[in-house]
Design a protein around this ligand. Structure first.
Ligand code: SAJ
Length: 442
């Protein structure tokens, strides 16, 4: 049966579906439709279904090529969206791209995944291939997806249907580029299933497609992001070391990275987004009932989660230099998105900082050119403030008019948590300047 499936994948007569039309699912659905596949999208949000069927992308922010691709796919009739799973009864390949968050105790929340599997099972046609693209804790395909789908479909994996895990590597702002240009680990329930999956992805991916088993695919995705989280935490911890020593972490990093095989990352005001703060916990969860003493991965999470608090500490001290109590402070946070030049605010470190400052009874204003509710005139918003805190290195902040800012502010204090500014530009406008990880803070 897998051979027959591979034939229709190769000649693009296989009928596809994507469940979950968000940051990942929508670009994937568009890419396969553009490649020539009859593609159905399923989403629980009726307004999102309507937007997509009218050729309008529901994804905010600048995603090069996505809007054009979507409208072309819908116009060609190769992409249609629905909310009703009954439309999946004739689908040969079904991709699942639903959210897989963790809760405050770092436990994976698979409600969306379970719901998708419960609804898909009854309509799953014999011989179909189901591929989970969502990021999941290693062991989830074997321990949750397989049994749940077998139960809801009454079918047996590798006999009546085929099951795979192919994690995505997209990133806001580069959704289509990453989808096309980054390699993918392709985890199949059997080598034949992995081969059929590679044949499918070959239609949209120009990079390596590396066949593997389920656990390998699940591990690669969570490990690559846990690895990045640990790297960032190391940079943040070096920043904390440099401050009392009068070092400059940015210069230290530059010179460390001249040493072969060194790739020290960038410190900052925190680690946000929908991947890096979550995926290390998915990896940790996979061994929670095994005797594996995890120390480094949770510690890295604690270091990164502690950075907004460190920024708050720097600010309190900077204000105190001018005899300003937190309860009398008015501060402006520059940047609310989790990443420069993005409108994505998921797990924003600035949101954590703002809560901490408000808990200290500060009046907190926010500016972010990419976030509608904060995209006012920066200089107007800064009026009467005593401090600016740069949290996100949006390009729009690269050339601020510091003399003008100083003229509208009560006491010009600048906290530069991303080493965006030239200290001379800031201090020459009579600002007190504090740059994360440097002797400006001690
Ligand atoms: N950050 C630092 N220092 C760094 C790098 C990042 O503080 O040196 C912070 C960022 O400010 C942000 C957070 O970490 O708040 C995450 O940044 P990111 O560059 O990792 O961006 P993400 O979250 O979009 O990460 C995604 C991931 N891709 C997927 O999970 C599919 C990640 O694996 C990629 O490495 C990253 O995109 C990328 O650079 O493409």
């Amino acid at each position: 049966m897998i051979e027959a499936l591979t034939v229709i994948i190769n000649n693009k007569t296989a009928k596809l579906a994507v469940i979950g039309l968000g940051y990942v699912g929508l670009p994937v659905a568009c890419a396969f439709a553009q490649a020539g596949f009859d593609t159905l999208g399923i989403d629980i949000l009726p307004e999102r279904v309507d937007q997509i069927n009218s050729g309008v992308s529901p994804i905010e922010g600048d995603e090069p090529g996505l809007s054009q691709l979507l409208s072309a796919a819908v116009e060609s009739g190769r992409l249609r969206a629905f909310s009703d799973y009954a439309n999946l009864a004739d689908r040969d390949v079904i991709l699942i791209d639903v959210e897989t968050p963790v809760d405050e105790d770092h436990i994976p929340q698979y409600h969306a995944l379970r719901a998708a599997l419960q609804e898909l099972g009854p309509v799953l046609q014999t011989g179909a291939l189901v591929i989970v693209e969502s990021t999941i804790a290693p062991g989830t395909i074997a321990g949750l997806v397989k049994p749940l789908l077998e139960e809801s479909s009454g079918k047996c994996v590798n006999t009546d249907f085929f099951l795979g895990n192919c994690p995505e590597r997209v990133m806001p702002g580069k959704l289509l580029a990453n989808l096309t240009n980054l390699s993918r680990v392709v985890g199949g329930g059997t080598p034949q299933t992995a081969a059929a999956m590679c044949a499918l992805y070959r239609h949209i991916v120009q990079a390596d497609l590396d066949p593997a088993d389920w656990i390998t695919a699940e591990l690669v995705k969570t490990v690559e992001n846990a690895y990045r989280d640990v790297q960032i935490a190391f940079a943040n911890e070096v920043a904390l070391i440099c401050e009392p020593l009068g070092g400059d972490v940015w210069r230290v990093r530059e010179l460390v990275n001249k040493s072969p095989q060194r790739h020290m990352h960038l410190p900052g005001g925190g680690v946000g987004g929908h991947c890096i703060p979550k995926d290390p916990w998915l990896l940790a969860y996979s061994v929670q009932d095994k005797v594996v003493p995890l120390r480094l991965i949770p510690a890295a999470r604690a270091v990164n989660d502690g950075m907004p608090g460190h920024v708050a500490d720097i600010l309190v001290k900077a204000l105190a230099e001018h005899g300003i109590e937190p309860s009398n402070a008015r501060v402006l946070v520059l940047g609310y998105a989790y990443l420069e030049d993005s409108d994505d605010t998921r797990n924003s470190p600035s949101a954590v900082l703002i809560d901490e400052l408000k808990a200290l009874e500060m009046v907190v204003r926010v500016h972010d050119p990419f976030v509608a509710e904060y995209s006012g005139d920066l200089y107007n918003i800064a009026e009467g403030c005593q401090a600016l805190v740069l949290m996100v290195k949006h390009a729009a902040y690269r050339h601020l008019n510091f003399p003008m800012l100083a003229s509208v502010m009560q006491t010009p204090i600048m906290l530069d948590m991303r080493n965006l500014f030239n200290p001379v530009d800031v201090t020459s406008a009579n600002f007190d300047y504090y740059c994360l990880g440097t002797g400006y803070i001690n």
